[in-house]
Design a protein around this ligand. Structure first.
Ligand SMILES: [Fe+2]
Length: 160
C-alpha cells in the first residue's frame, strides 16, 4: 500500500530514513544496555536505581517506537532486528564485567550522551533548515518522557 504524499522529495526521505534508522539502532542498543544494567546492579542503592532503569527504558522504548513509525511514514523500512542494530549502532559495546551501581550509571550516562550527540549531528547535517525546531523535536522523541516525571513520586520499596 502506498503511503500518502507528505510533500518531501524522495532524496530527502531517503536521507531522513537513514538518519532515523541510525538513531533507532542506537536507541534499541541503549535500551538493551539499560536492561543489562538493571539485571546486574549490586550495592546499597540497588533497588531505587533498578526501578528507575525500568522507567527510563520504558520511555526510551516508547520514543524509539515513534522514530521507527516515522521511518515507515517516510516509505522506509524500520530496521529493528538484533542483527541490524548490532551492525548499525554507533554506541560502544556495553561492559559486561561491572556490577557497582555507580559504574553502571556512568556507563549509561556515557551512552545517553553519545546518542544525544548523534541526534544533534544528524540534525546539523539534515537537508534544509529549521534545525532548532527539529533538534527540539528529536530530543523530545528520544530523551524526554512523553508524560509524567521520570523520578518516581513515591519512595521505592525496599528489597526484603
Ligand atoms: Fe526487572
Amino acid at each position: 500500500m502506498k503511503t500518502p504524499d507528505i510533500g518531501l522529495k524522495s532524496n530527502t526521505k531517503t536521507t531522513m530514513v537513514g538518519l532515523c534508522n541510525a538513531r533507532l539502532a542506537d536507541a534499541i542498543d541503549l535500551s538493551l544496555d539499560i536492561k543489562q544494567a538493571h539485571w546486574n546492579l549490586k550495592g546499597p542503592t540497588f533497588i531505587a536505581v533498578h526501578e528507575l532503569l525500568d522507567m527510563l527504558r520504558a520511555h526510551l522504548d516508547t520514543n524509539a517506537d515513534t522514530v521507527a513509525e516515522r521511518v515507515a511514514q517516510l516509505d522506509g523500512v524500520a530496521m529493528g532486528t538484533v542483527q541490524a542494530v548490532g551492525e548499525a549502532s554507533a554506541l560502544s559495546p556495553y561492559p559486561t564485567d561491572i556490577h557497582k551501581v555507580a559504574d553502571h550509571v556512568g556507563a549509561l550516562v556515557e551512552r545517553f550522551a553519545a546518542l544525544s550527540k548523534s541526534v544533534r549531528e544528524a540534525i546539523d547535517t539534515r537537508p534544509g533548515g529549521r534545525r532548532r525546531r527539529h533538534r527540539r523535536h528529536l530530543h523530545r522523541l528520544l530523551a524526554r518522557p512523553r508524560q509524567g516525571p521520570l523520578v518516581p513520586q513515591k519512595p521505592p520499596r525496599m528489597r526484603p
